[in-house]
Design a protein around this ligand. Sequence first.
Ligand code: F0G
Length: 464
Amino acid sequence: MTAVTIDLALQRCIEPDCGARYGLNEQLYVCPRCGGLLEIENESNLTADAEALRRLWQSRLASPDERDCSGVWRYRELLPFSDAAPIVSLAEGNTPLYDAPRAARYCGLNRLKLKHQGCNPTGSFKDTGMTTAVTQARILGARTVVCASTGNTAASLAAYAARAGLKCAILVPRGQVSHAKLAQSLDYGGVVLEIDGNFDDAMRIIRELAEDESIYLVNSINPFRIEGQKTVAAELLQQCAWQVPDDVIVPGGNLGNSAAFGKGFKELFELGVVDRLPRLHVIQAEGAAPFAELFTRREQDSTADDLSETLIPVKHPQTLATAIKIGAPVSWKKALRVVTQTGGRVSSVSEREIADAKAIIGRDGIGCEPASATTVAGIKRLVNDGVIDPDEKVVAVLTGHLLKDTDYVIKYHQDSLYTHDRASNRSKEERHIAGTFSNPPVRVKATRAAILQHLESHDENHRR
Ligand code: F0G
């Protein structure tokens, strides 16, 4: 069987004016020459038999080999690692692609599929990139792995570092990480360092810290994270029987995920495994939407060339979707390239749209964390604006599990969800997010009659 092997991969600066190349085992995060982002590039002459690759990946679904049981390493032909790599895996990936009829109706679509990355071992999509980043940490002989995080990267890193026997330190904004995510990091043995500041502050400090060579940074600025995350594109397309969807929608925070999906789709297209690219749309939360702002600005200025515009960071990002409360996304240039190359759009949605979309995803029996629900809220808008046609094939990527932020869920259903922007002059009433689909618990008398009576009145209310 002829397949592809990446035997000549390297790290390359994405800046068109630079394009400097570095070896795979140089411990870098940005280009030492110009400060640009790095990405892994395959330098070998790719001679791929696309049909053979599709068959190989299909056959691995029934294989007990540890690498084949991982939804990342199953696609190892796409990864810059040799067969001897000391893989650190928790059988990540393998996440379901659900049909979501209720959410489809809500968005005005005939059909909607949800790729639930929250079904990963630590409950978020981060695991698909952490398996490759921590494997690279082992190859480099790192002893300490670190990240800045809004919670999910931290939980994921702590788990993979524990598997690898590495020391792990995590920098998080104090009081802004959900309890569930914090609990995971603590249980997996991560050293959790809480700072007064936001995610962007944590990111800045951790990058300074990683100048020390004994410390390996595994935020998505690290190109080996992106390599693992890009395989989700392969898993998704395989689940679609290699029929490419029209639109794929992802939430945007630090923008590593958007960059990874784009890289995955592009490589599969170049290999001939699929015959076209889906449009990749990115959705941000209104109070933390510097990328959406940049996209709108570029649209208004038709003379702007590819990467000539600059992202203007949001100094004090605000959103209850804490996972994406990010004002200075590191990977915006990579994400912009993907969105423009695929003809996608970048939008933002309000706190209320996020909260309601989240409850609707729940009603399909699926559920997700708030950041993930930006996708369904965004699709509703894109359908409304005529960007997406009701009968297009659409996939929303849910990035985190429902149980990642139960405080938010309980507050929504008990009608006590408020935005946090206390610095503004908005009254409590204006900050209230009324739960259109709220489903509060009810206190009933502990008797059979009282319970039956309640169920009957609930049925009637439901029918109305
Ligand atoms: N959804 C969830 C659940 C996330 O945790 C994140 C990012 C995103 C979406 C955005 O993805 O940054 O690749 O654009 N969480 C990071 C963290 C920042 O630290 O866990 P992105």
